[in-house]
Ligand binder design. Structure first.
Ligand code: SF4
Length: 353
């Protein structure tokens, strides 16, 4: 595509954005730069999560921690508790680390340079570009799923995902020459989310209709092509709702590394594809105790596997294994603890709430 056409596309998108931008709580007037703290926080929350879900969380975080300084002083448990339900909890832990580094090493001000931004925990190439373009007028266009889809259709790329991403990253360099890089980046995100949607794109309302190669060849539903994804394995396990005579529930802290690190959970066996290994773990944990099956299954899907947990209940004397991090908690106080969605489902299955 010629430089003239690229400029035409930039102009069309900026003008569309002026009139059609989504009203999002972390955005400001179209001519203003984004607040770096708000831009960073929203972009971290938006990784793997929809705008609809993020809105409320964003409001709550800003209310609880109005500035980066406030957030940097929070405890990890406070952040994890506020993050409950958003999933991918490493984001929450990195949020705190990042806030502390920006406060300590950058005098509380986010760096403007992409390479510096990339050094911060939880900030990858997409988030660094988004912060740089939206908050500092940097000219690198952030490439997320929406941008890949719009650009792949506009230029009719036939390469399947995920390889396609690299080509789009090379392509968008040509679109960096704009007076309003933040608006251009956000315009692409919005166009992908509201017009050039994954299914049934609204080509009749699209500012790019005349320039779009996929539309011209009626391939807009097909592009971007996808390679078949490998099937996720299923792991099995047994989770225990152990209560004492006061009706308190036994919970424990997960290890500091790996899946759901530092979150709270009810005790459970190992989670494994090998059912025999799960049974062995069950015997080791429960021995002769009177642990009873609730005859309820909880299903949950993580990035790399599905999990099926059988739910059991028992009394304090039936379940001996304890560790330093186990504690008895009144069910009415559970909301003060960072419980991942999976554990909320397990507790709900036992109607302990
Ligand atoms: S014309 Fe259709 S396929 Fe092309 S960019 Fe616009 S919405 Fe997407």
């Amino acid at each position: 595509m010629s430089a003239k056409k690229e400029q035409q596309i930039i102009k069309k998108l900026l003008s569309w954005y002026e009139n059609s931008a989504r009203d999002l709580p972390w955005r400001y007037d179209h001519d203003d730069l984004g607040n770096p703290y708000h831009t960073w926080l929203s972009e971290i929350m938006l990784q793997q999560t929809t705008v609809v879900t993020v809105r409320d969380y964003f409001h709550r975080f800003i209310e609880q921690w109005p500035t980066l300084e406030d957030l940097a002083k929070a405890s990890e448990e406070e952040i994890l508790t506020a993050w409950q339900g958003l999933g991918y909890y490493s984001r929450a832990r990195n949020l705190l680390k990042c806030a502390q580094i920006v406060r300590g090493e950058y005098k509380g001000l986010f760096p403007q340079d992409i390479q510096e931004l990339l050094k911060l925990p939880g900030v990858g190439p997409y988030t660094a570009s988004a912060i740089a373009s939206i908050a500092f007028k940097g000219t690198t266009v952030p490439v997320d799923g929406n941008v890949i889809r719009v650009m792949a259709r506009l230029h009719s790329f036939k390469i399947p995902l995920p390889d396609l991403k690299k080509d789009i990253e090379r392509l968008v360099v040509c679109y960096g020459d704009t007076p309003k890089p933040g608006n251009f980046a956000q315009g692409l995100m919005d166009l992908g989310a509201t017009v050039c949607k994954p299914k049934k794109p609204l080509c009749k309302s699209c500012p790019f209709q005349e320039n779009c190669c996929a539309y011209a060849t009626n391939l807009q539903q097909e592009i971007p092509y996808k390679r078949d994804k490998p099937q996720k394995p299923t792991r099995f396990g047994k989770a225990f709702l152990i209560t004492d005579h006061q009706g308190c529930l036994l919970i424990r802290k997960r290890p500091g590394k790996g899946l759901l690190a530092h979150m709270m959970e009810v005790p459970s066996t190992i989670w494994s594809e090998d059912r025999e290994a799960v049974e062995k773990s069950f015997e080791e944990l429960c021995g002769e105790g009177k642990i009873t099956s609730l005859d309820k299954k909880v299903k949950h899907t993580f990035t790399h596997f599905h999990l099926n947990l059988d739910v059991y209940y028992g009394g304090a004397n039936d379940f001996s294994p304890r560790c330093k991090t186990t504690k008895w908690v009144r069910t009415s106080d559970l909301h003060h603890y960072p419980l991942p969605t999976l554990m909320k489902k397990v507790i709900k299955a036992g109607v302990v709430s």
